[in-house]
Ligand binder design. Structure first.
Ligand SMILES: *Cc1c(COP(=O)(O)O)cnc(C)c1O
Length: 397
């Protein structure tokens, strides 16, 4: 008897369903470094408007140099978790650099922000406590909360009235933690951290912000939502990734109050039971924060690019979600239209992604454009021209 046969049949039927629903995801092969301009197979050069490469650091020469140097001075891999023999001077320096950047007391590195979020709740809170979470929070927050025994409350996206109701319901618990993404990746809206902070005072709650899409982007100098709302050092926990604005390679972190970080080092499972990030990643990370500490040139360019792009696209007649980040959602409201438009834009040399149900609510299909400091005005103009041309062909504008 072939013991795999029944299971294979079941898997094939699941895959068929995904295909039939039009949800099957294919990977596109890129044969160049990640950048504003990339090469994809079969041999097409295309402008990239769907990377999280917000500051354009993915192919930055200084970071590549720093990584190469670290290969020579610190080797390739650590072959260990941090607390056994996986901590080098580089890891400690990067943790200090991250805390300095966010104006926090200490930080702890993980292999990814997915791991940071997966390992943050369970060590800190138990069944006596409450987690009050935005419904649109990232999958890794949802998974992390599942691993924790605290009571769970959910509030509608960025809805402070609903958050207040949930906080009232959670008053019987010992500790309360409000959890939110800094920027929500589908609309590009910012969490109302100012209002959340007021409620946290009124209802005695702590705050955790995941700054993955906002760090390097939001706030005058890119320090994230706590800079935007003038609340630097006022939230207890920040998580983030090195995989987006900060070079885009890999790695995540939790930063905040020093006792929190200290306890995570003792008890956070993805930290205790998963490998240390390689030295070259730590070294390039240190270089990233060193560069961002010296100048705001990349943040300024990103902000200017985003304002330029959204204004021009609006003027062309497109319906755009108000954005406070580098994410620009061009609303089409029709799933098939979003796919057709993305396909036609690719023929014009513009790489963007269409999103539709279930990634966004039914009837909310859109094309998400992500702006980068790597884009030059000529790139933005080319993208705007392509949108305008295809938009007219498809009778959207
Ligand atoms: C991208 C993202 C993550 C995951 O980050 P990785 O470092 O790639 O695991 C977590 N949270 C949010 C809000 C994100 O946008």
């Amino acid at each position: 008897m072939d013991k795999y046969k029944q299971f294979q049949k079941y898997l094939q039927s699941e895959l068929d369903k995904i295909h039939a629903d039009g949800l099957y995801k294919n990977e596109r092969i890129i044969v160049s470094p990640q950048s504003a301009k990339i090469r994809i197979e079969p041999s097409q050069e295309i402008l990239n408007f769907c990377a999280n490469n917000y500051l354009g650091l993915s192919d930055n020469k200084e970071l590549i140099e720093a990584a190469k140097d670290a290969l020579d001075t610190h080797g390739y891999g650590m072959s260990s978790v941090r607390f056994i023999c996986g901590t080098q001077d580089l890891h400690k320096q990067l943790e200090v650099a991250i805390a300095n950047f966010f104006g926090t007391e200490d930080s702890i590195l993980y292999a990814s922000c997915f791991d940071a979020n997966g390992g943050v709740f369970e060590p800190l809170l138990n069944e006596e406590d409450a987690i009050i979470s935005d419904t649109l929070n990232h999958a890794s927050i949802i998974d992390g909360v599942r691993l924790c025994k605290a009571m769970r409350y959910r509030y509608a996206n960025a809805d402070v009235a609903d958050l207040e109701k949930q906080l009232q319901s959670a008053q019987a618990q010992r500790f309360r933690l409000i959890v939110t993404d800094g920027v929500f990746s589908m609309d590009g809206n910012v969490a109302p951290i100012d209002k959340i902070y007021e409620l946290s005072q009124k209802y005695d709650a702590m705050i955790m912000v995941d700054e993955s899409h906002s760090a390097g982007v939001v706030g005058k100098t890119g320090r994230g939502t706590t800079e935007l709302f003038n609340l630097r050092g006022k939230v207890e926990i920040i998580t983030g990734t090195l995989g987006k604005a900060f070079g885009g390679a890999i790695g995540g972190f939790t930063t905040g109050k020093k006792e929190i970080i200290d306890l995570l080092r003792q008890r956070s499972r993805p930290y205790l039971f998963s490998n240390s990030i390689p030295p070259l990643i730590a070294a390039a990370g240190i270089k990233t924060f060193e560069m961002l500490g010296k100048t705001n040139i990349l943040q300024d360019k990103l902000h200017n690019n985003t304002a330029y792009f959204t204004e021009k696209l609006k003027a062309a007649g497109f319906d755009i979600k108000p954005t406070q980040s580098a994410i620009c959602a061009v609303m089409l409201y029709d799933a098939k239209l979003s796919q057709d438009m993305a396909a036609r834009l690719q023929n014009e040399g513009i790489y963007v992604t269409g999103f539709y149900y279930p990634v966004v609510p039914k009837g909310q299909a859109r094309i998400r454009v992500q702006i980068s400091a790597a884009h030059e005005i000529e790139h933005l103009d080319k993208c705007i021209a392509a949108f305008t041309k295809i938009g007219k062909e498809l009778k959207i504008i």
